[in-house]
Design a protein around this ligand. Sequence first.
Ligand code: BDR
Ligand code: CA
Length: 311
Amino acid sequence: MKVIVDTDAGIDDAIALLMTLAHPAAEVLAVTTVMGNVSLEQATHNTGVILDVAAAPDIPIFKGCARPLLQCVPPDAVSVHGADGLGGAGRPTTTRVPYSEPAGLALARLAREHPGQITLVTLGPLTNVALAIQLDADFLVNLGQLVIMGGSIDGRGNTTPAAEFNFLVDPEAAAFVFAACHRARIEAVLVSWETTLAHPIPLTSWDSLITGAAPVAQFVQQMTGHVKRTWRSSNVFWPDPLAVAVALAPEIIGEQERRLVAVEPARVASRGHTIVDYRFGPESAPNARLVRKVDGVKFQNLLQQAVQQGG
Ligand code: BDR
Ligand code: CA
């Protein structure tokens, strides 16, 4: 399976990227970066670091948007992911240099070069995807599959009461992408914040999955240290790895439903809110598959495989 990961390179993004690199069926064509958890520069640097830690081959990195479509000041989530976005596990240097082609162009080109074959997994704000759609009217049709981590399908925002982080950072982009899916009659696969909450992993189980002295295991142990210090929960929640698991191993999906999804872009209290249409009728034709449940044991096996690579 040809895969592109679009990421804002925080802690759970790192684990998700490691998971993609470790999966035997995944051929990672590229990683595209976007601001979100950290700045675009930091996200691009972190992506290089993650590929270094995994001793990955020379996978192209394409830098994307440094700002949301319509906002001048990019937000961040360093209060959650640490100043370097990797909970202090980052490295000052990386051997990887991003390609000069901007991510939006690279996404459109790669989808055109491999029609119907690419699974794009987005782990950050949808800014690069919105641009790729604008650059190439056939972009969504050329993709094989679009898997999105974002949104709160039952109204449980994690950044505001109304909104999940990835959709809140660039609601215009998220609204645009779902509207474009609707127009193109394409169903994106959506892994939401509530889906994440439905799959907690007890810290005791997580600790036993990530033991070892190999570089990847040590890197994940360091990030976990930050998670333990800051999140203060007896469980870990991994939104981005869940999205990658669904993309790479769709057989783990337990419950899902086809719905029409829209995103609120207005500058009101509900900015970034995920609107799910539960009506039936021609105006409610689905543009998304909402994943609600996955096989937790298989999910943990994929996580373990990611952490223990090279060990
Ligand atoms: C999303 O927000 C980010 O902080 C995480 O990396 C994840 O993509 C969860 O709401
Ligand atoms: Ca992310």
